[in-house]
Design a protein around this ligand. Structure first.
Ligand code: DX5
Ligand code: ZN
Length: 213
């Protein structure tokens, strides 16, 4: 299991310190939540702050867009050379075109599914994706309760993934911690995002290691 702590739960007064700390603690990716106050009822950070995160990070960035106008935001963050940019399928009329655009920028394209969106919604896009991110809370805030019905969805997604594009990673985001990580692994998750679980822990390394099932 790869681990991507969500910076949303970091101490923003000490952002560079916290980003360095999770990288030193051995995380695999740094998960960055970009919210625009339109697609979700919260507003987070733009390119100025994300570039400060990129500068502090010694691990690749995993940028999760929760925005309207995806292409505008992809172009805004592309110069920071993240490993992944993920966008919500619910907010994109031309997902196939946007996948190609992200790839043309040298970035791995990923799609996010909200809790109500079926795995089958991206069946015909899977062959072109490097990752699918499954939301296990409603997007917008850290520290929410895990929605258990997503476990069934991950199993269905894994079956599609294994048939169509075995290289494509499955990532989970929301309410993840040591209590549910084994079930998620069993269902087919490759990468877990964890915000409040990691940043709420006394020791980041112990918290990250407890997710490596
Ligand atoms: C929610 C964000 C998540 C969030 C996860 O919209 O996408 O990345 O920070 O936080 P936890 O792990 O606390 O649920
Ligand atoms: Zn996220």
């Amino acid at each position: 299991m790869l681990v991507a702590p969500s910076v949303l739960s970091a101490d923003f007064g000490n952002l560079a310190r916290d980003v360095r700390a999770i990288c030193d603690a051995g995380c695999d990716l740094v998960h960055v939540d970009v919210m625009d106050g339109h697609f979700v009822p919260n507003l987070t950070i733009g390119p100025v702050v994300v570039s400060a995160i990129a500068k502090a990070a010694t691990k690749p960035l995993d940028i999760h867009l929760m925005v309207q106008n995806n292409t505008f935001f992809v172009d805004l963050f592309a110069p920071l050379k993240p490993e992944y940019i993920s966008f919500h399928i619910e907010e994109e009329k031309n997902p196939h075109r946007l996948i190609q655009h992200i790839r043309s920028l040298g970035i791995k394209p990923a799609i996010v599914l909200n809790p109500h969106t079926p795995a089958e919604a991206i069946e015909y896009l899977l062959g072109d994706l490097d990752m699918v991110l499954v939301m296990s809370v409603n997007p917008g805030f850290g520290g929410q309760k895990f929605i258990p019905t997503v476990v069934e969805k991950i199993k269905r997604l894994k079956a599609l993934r294994d048939r169509i594009n075995p290289e494509c990673m499955i990532e989970i985001d929301g309410g993840v911690g040591s209590s549910n990580i084994a079930v998620l692994k069993e269902a087919g998750v490759d990468i877990c995002v964890a915000g409040s679980y990691v940043f709420g822990a006394d020791d980041y390394k112990t918290a990250i290691d407890s997710l490596r099932v």
